[in-house]
Design a binder for this molecule. Structure first.
Ligand code: 4FV
Length: 249
């Protein structure tokens, strides 16, 4: 069973998302466990202070190192090999690949920030990796932690039903997914592509691959640098690019 320990000042933010749907079922099936810890429990004094003003002045508050150091020490006492992850806009971009790798860990400890962020010495001594879920600023690290737990959980065997597997995901082969269709065959005058009704699985697979390459080229050409493309893919891509440059003429 994979253990996700979450260190946060607002454990309530996690409750319902982790009870619903796939994550809720996975927890019931003991495929994973998310343990929520209130950072304030490791803060000293009757006010259990977890933040303070920044040295050198400036707005906002900074999260103090001591409560976090005590909390991580206690959690790692129970799971020495757990990786400590800090969510921050300064982190490396979280990705499908990262989710796949992190799903191989025995346990993960998510450090959710608030205010202006963490005392720098936390990063230097207590954190194994820093991840960002995007170039924008949130009010806290809780939603990034939830996003990462959801993406990582999909790689835990048994979490996704048999019909659905992370192996056929967008990004699993570095490309965006092909368009999907379901009944009715015609919806407000728009028909499902005939090839998908043909039953010819070879033609369908080729059409889907072409759609993946076209869509990735149109929407995320940056992904094509790192995508694993076969000779045939290259040919399809050149044809797609030729067609669209002719269309522009
Ligand atoms: C964030 C992100 C993020 C910054 C200050 C929490 C906030 C506050 N984390 N990807 N984007 N964090 O905006 O991961 O502490």
């Amino acid at each position: 069973m994979m253990i996700f320990d979450v260190l946060t000042l607002f454990p309530g933010i996690f409750v319902s998302p982790l009870q619903e749907s796939i994550l809720g079922r996975a927890a019931k099936q003991q495929l994973l466990q998310v343990r929520l810890h209130n950072l304030r429990d490791w803060a000293e004094g009757k006010h259990q202070v977890t933040d303070d003003t920044p040295y050198g002045g400036g707005d906002g508050m900074v999260m103090k190192p001591e409560p976090i150091a005590r909390a991580i020490a206690d959690l790692k006492a129970k799971m020495p090999h757990a990786k400590v992850l800090l969510m921050t806009p300064q982190g490396k971009p979280f990705s499908h690949q990262a989710a796949c790798e992190l799903a191989g860990e025995e346990g993960l400890i998510f450090l959710c920030g608030r205010y202006e962020g963490f005392d720098e010495r936390i990063r230097q001594t207590l954190v194994d990796a820093e991840y960002s879920i995007g170039d924008f600023v949130l009010t806290g690290g809780e939603l990034p932690a939830l996003v990462m737990i959801d993406a990582i959980a999909r790689f835990i065997p048994g979490v996704l039903g048999c019909s659905d597997s992370a192996a056929t995901d967008s990004f699993s082969d570095g490309l965006l997914e092909y368009p999907q269709y379901t009944r009715p065959a015609v919806f407000s005058g728009m028909a499902v592509p005939e090839v998908l009704l043909s039953g010819d699985h070879g033609r369908i697979a080729r059409w889907r691959r072409e759609q993946q390459l076209r869509r990735t080229w149109q929407r995320r050409p940056d992904l094509l640098q790192s995508a694993k493309l076969s000779k045939e893919d290259q040919q399809i891509l050149e044809q797609v690019q030729r067609e669209s440059s002719e269309a522009e003429k």
